[in-house]
Design a protein. Structure first.
Length: 210
């Protein structure tokens, strides 16, 4: 069993916050838009919380799931990802790292198990806030309650290991759904987020707007 231990009342107070990503890149291609969802190898740097409440402000008290997205043709204005619906694991926060420049203009959790990232304000035509060909998103993350994503080796839930589903869309309709990637721990010592909680504590004052 992993370092996490489960009691009859849930995860013990000694449960450690962990950061997860996907094991390898997942490609998408539809309606002239192609690209990939990519694993994250580093969690260093400061973050911006995109949810109205500061529900992604603690690296020690929450689990994290991170990816980035690269577009090779066309453009997208919405990126979303979610864990399997059964058993349901609600998202409690969404956000991104503060650099590079290709960052979302907004974010939401709708429904509660889906983290959505917007690169364009809704219903504004002609704006150039999309994630375009040749651009890679910032590192996007969803946060979960501490212990919601059990450590490796715990067999009761389907993750991890397991899958995460991705949704990529652009103005006018959904490009693709049910593209999946395998969930794994971020492959670096910083995965154990007990140290350096301050690195995730910057820029968390509500929804970021341009």
């Amino acid at each position: 069993m992993s370092a996490r231990r489960r009691s009859a009342l849930g995860w013990s107070p000694s449960a450690r916050a962990l950061a997860y990503t996907i094991s390898s890149s997942v490609g998408f291609s539809e309606n002239g838009v192609t690209g990939s969802i990519d694993p994250v190898a580093s969690i260093t740097g400061s973050t911006v919380c995109l949810t109205l409440a500061a529900t992604c402000s603690s690296s020690v008290l929450q689990d994290w799931l991170l990816v980035s997205v690269t577009v090779t043709a066309g453009s997208v204005d919405r990126i979303g990802f979610s864990l399997p619906a059964s058993p349901a694991i609600p998202v409690v926060g969404v956000g991104h790292y503060s650099d590079p420049d290709e960052t979302p203009t907004g974010g939401s959790i709708s429904p509660s198990t889906v983290a959505l990232f917007s690169y364009d304000y809704p219903y504004i035509s002609g704006s150039d806030l999309n994630l375009d060909a040749g651009e890679t998103s910032d590192r996007l993350f969803a946060t979960f309650a501490l212990g919601a994503l059990p450590g490796p080796g715990w067999p009761a839930l389907s993750i991890p290991p397991g899958t995460v589903s991705f949704m990529i869309s652009k103005a006018g309709g959904t490009l693709l759904t049910s593209v999946t990637g395998t969930v794994v721990l971020v492959p670096e010592p910083g995965t154990l987020l007990l140290i350096g909680g301050g690195l995730l504590g910057l820029g968390l004052a509500g929804r970021r707007r341009r």
